[in-house]
Design a protein around this ligand. Sequence first.
Ligand code: FDA
Ligand code: NAD
Length: 434
Amino acid sequence: MGRAFTYVILGGGVAAGYAALEFVRRRGDASPGELCIISDEAVAPYERPALSKGYLLPEVAGGARLPAFHTCVGANDQLLTESWYKEHGIELILGTKVISADVLRKALLTSTGETISYKTLIVATGARALMLEEFGGNGSDAENVCYLRNIVDADKLVHVMRSSPGGNAIVIGGGYIGMECAAALVANKIKVTIVFPGKHCMDRLFTPKIAEFYENYYTSKGVTFIKGTAVSSLEISSGKVTTAILRDGRRLPADMVVVGIGARANTTLFDGQLAMDKGGIKVNGQMQTSDATVYAVGDVATFPVKLLGGDARRFEHVDCTRRTARHAVAAALNPSSAGDIDYLPFFYSRVFALSWRFYGDNAGEAVHFGDMSLSASSAKFGAFWVSAGRIAGAFLEGGSTEEYEAIAHAVRRGVAVPDMAQLAREGLAFVVRE
Ligand code: FDA
Ligand code: NAD
C-alpha cells in the first residue's frame, strides 16, 4: 500500500499550519498528489500556546476551544479549519504516526502500514515532553499526573483540575509549563506548590532579579515555591498520586500533579540519516538539512541565526516556528530567491494579569530598569543584556506595542552602549526616544 506526494509535511503542529498557508499563498491550491500533512494528532494544526492559557481557564471565563484556535489565528491570520485544507487541495492525514523514515528512498512508513513517498519533505515533528521516569522518577501513568504537550494532555489536565476543586496541586518544574500551568491552576481555585531544583524560576532566561518579581507575584496569589530540590518519588494509591516525596524526605499531600520538566526535539526518525546539532536537525539558512530534499522547521530545527554571528540555535517557541515554517516553504518552492533566514529571537508569556516579551540573546551583562515592586498598580520593568558594548537582548514586562517594538528594534540594530550607568539610569527611555 502506498501513495506519492510532491511535498510532504511530517507533523501536524504549529509549523505545519503556517507552512500550508504559505504554500497556498505562493503556489495557489495544491493539485492532487501535490501536498499532504501527516500527523499523529486527531485534529488539524492548532496554536499550541493556547493549551497552557485560554484552554485551562475555568468554564465561566470562557476557556478557548477548537475550532477557535486552529492555526493561523495566533498571528492574526486566517483560521485554517479541517475544511480549509480540503478546499485548498491539501491532504490531511490525521491520527497517523510515521514510524520510520528512509531519506535515501524518500519514503515514510506509517503506523497503518502505508508507505508515503515524497520529492521534498518538510520535517515538523516538534518536541515531546520529558518524562519523570527519564530522571529516575515515577508515576507518569497515574490518573492525576498531567503533562502538557497536546490537546489530549490538555483535556486530561482540565478533567483532573475540575475533579479536584479546592485541592492541592504539585507542579514539578519552574519553567514555561510550570509557571503558566500554576497560574491557570490558581484561576481554577486549586492550591499550588511548585517544586524545582534550580535557584529560581525560568532559570534559562530570567535573571535572579526578574525571577524574584514573578515569584513574589505568584506568592501573593497563594502559590508556594520549594526551590533547590526535586520530587524524588510519587506515592500512588488506587492509580492516583496521594503524596509527593521530596529528596530531603518532606512529604507533600497531592490531589494532582502537573509535570513540566523540559522538552526534547522529535528527531529519532532521522538519527543516522541527517546531520544533527544541539539536540535538533541541523539546517542551513534555507532550513535545508544535510539532505537537500529534506527541510526541517520549528522546534526540531537547529539553524544559523545571522544576528548572533551565524551561531546555530534551536528554539522551542512559536514565533520561530511560524517564521522558519514560512521560510522553508519559500525556499522549497523557489530556492534561488528565498535567501537565508534572518531571525530575531522572540519569546513571550502571559500569566495572571502579567505579560512579558523577550528579544535577542540573554548573553552578557544584565542591566535592569523600571519598578519591580509588587505595589505598583501595573508592573513595567525589564532588563537589557549588553554584550561587547551593544544591546544583545531585551526583556520587558507590561510594555505597550510601541515599547515592545522599540526594544525589538534596539536588539535588531545592536544599539551601542558606551555608558552602562546611563543605560541603567534611563532604562526604557534609552531606546524609546520621543
Ligand atoms: P509541534 O509540537 O507544534 O507539532 C509537532 C507535530 O508533529 C505534532 O502534531 C505531533 O503530534 C506531530 N508528530 C511528531 N512526531 C510525529 C510522527 N512520528 N508522526 C506523525 N506526527 C508526528 N511558545 C511561545 O512562543 N509562546 C507560548 O506562549 C507558548 N506556549 C506553549 C504552551 C504549551 C502547552 C506548549 C506545549 C508549547 C508552547 N509554546 C509556546 C511552544 C510552541 O508551541 C512550540 O514552539 C511550537 O508548537 C512548535 O511547533 P512545531 O510545529 O515545531 O511542533
Ligand atoms: P523548560 O525547559 O522551560 O523548564 C523546565 C523546568 O523543569 C526548569 O525549571 C527546570 O529547572 C525544571 N526541571 C528539570 N528537571 C527537573 C526535575 N527532574 N524535577 C523538577 N524540575 C526539573 O520546559 P517546560 O516548562 O517543560 O516547557 C516545555 C516546552 O514547552 C519548552 O519547549 C517550552 O519552550 C515550551 N513552552 C513555551 C512557552 C512559552 O514560550 N511561553 C509556554 C509553554 C511551553
